[in-house]
Design a protein around this ligand. Structure first.
Ligand SMILES: Nc1nc2c(ncn2[C@@H]2O[C@H](COP(=O)(O)OP(=O)(O)O)[C@@H](O)[C@H]2O)c(=O)[nH]1
Ligand SMILES: [Mg+2]
Length: 295
């Protein structure tokens, strides 16, 4: 743990030069197919691409990693690409931290585009959005899917939305879905004053719309003072998270503290003690224990 931290500190000066892109959408929307197509296109343009996945559920549901690997077959064979599935067996916070650190390692290794795939369910979008420069949401056209599959929270995180599977045969429905989304976006609070979230069409399968999408992304990320702002705010947020994680860890550090916490919780449950006094009691014990361990 300490060694890993030391390594991160050591490589830190070599990080930061990549474009960090998050990609989300409901299972089946085409994220892996999209990443394969975009990744290959970027490699052809001379980029090197790292693909990281953040999916805290992947250990439980199994299989998803295997599925993604086969979907990114060609990309995974390329010398200029690196693909890594979610670190397993951890909480979302742990997965997020590991993914962030892996992203830094990839940058230090020279990859200049990092794509982070996340499943469009649960809290993992927020975690990914807080570690990338640009957050792309993939959606599908048809039967109200565009609003159904797009929970409000996700829409608020989006820097661009792409309607995937917009092949010729599906074009009209895709256009309609895009228009609906544009209308809906008018009613949600803008993430940045100077950036209107574009809604584009693409087909990951046929490779259509990817050039335009990449143009949109680079318009946002390359030579933009906004990126520095975003990364600085993210750094502060990561620090806060690390402090909170550390406090949680300290609180469970010794048998004594764990027992005390249980006892206090029981007394609060039994209404013998107010939540506030119990918390103060615990914090006092935590502080004392910390002094002992520090000295
Ligand atoms: N028609 C069509 N099918 C696609 C497209 N992109 C992905 N698919 C298919 O949709 C299914 C799910 O794709 P996948 O990339 O695994 O989705 P993920 O779960 O979001 O990673 C697969 O059968 C893909 O072949 C597309 O642009 N057009
Ligand atoms: Mg996938």
């Amino acid at each position: 743990m300490a060694q890993a931290q030391e390594l991160i500190n050591l490589i830190l000066p070599q990080t930061g030069a990549s474009q960090r892109i998050g990609i989300t959408g409901v299972p089946g929307v085409g994220k892996s197919t999209f990443i394969e197509a975009l990744g290959l296109m970027l490699i052809q343009q001379g980029h090197t691409v790292a693909v990281l996945a953040i999916d805290p559920s992947s250990e439980r549901t199994g299989g998803s990693i295997l599925g993604d690997k086969t979907r990114m077959m060609e990309l995974s064979r390329s010398e200029a690409a690196f693909i890594r599935p979610s670190p397993a067996g951890q909480t979302l916070g742990g997965v997020a931290r590991r993914t962030r650190e892996t992203m830094l390692l990839c940058e230090a290794a020279g990859f200049d585009v990092v794509l982070v795939e996340t499943v469009g369910v649960g809290q993992s979008e927020t975690a990914v959005a807080s570690m990338v420069d640009f957050f792309l949401v993939l959606a599908l056209a048809g039967a109200g899917d565009e609003l159904q599959g797009m929970k409000r929270g996700i829409m608020e995180l989006a820097d661009a939305i792409a309607i995937n599977k917009a092949e010729e045969s599906n074009r009209q429905a895709a256009e309609r879905a895009a228009q609906q989304l544009r209308n809906a976006l008018h009613f949600s609070a803008p993430k940045y004053d100077d950036w209107q979230v574009p809604v584009l069409l693409c087909s990951a399968l046929e490779g259509h719309g990817l050039t335009e999408l990449w143009q949109t992304i680079t318009q946002f990320t390359v030579n933009s003072p906004r990126i520095q702002q975003i990364r600085r705010s993210q750094a502060v947020r990561w620090m806060r998270e690390a402090v909170n994680d550390g406090l949680q860890q300290m609180a469970g550090n010794t048998e004594e503290l764990r027992t005390l916490k249980q006892n206090l919780e029981q007394r609060v449950f039994a209404q013998e003690l107010s939540p506030h006094s119990a918390a103060m009691h615990f914090l006092t014990a935590l502080e004392a224990s910390w002094r002992v361990h520090r000295d």
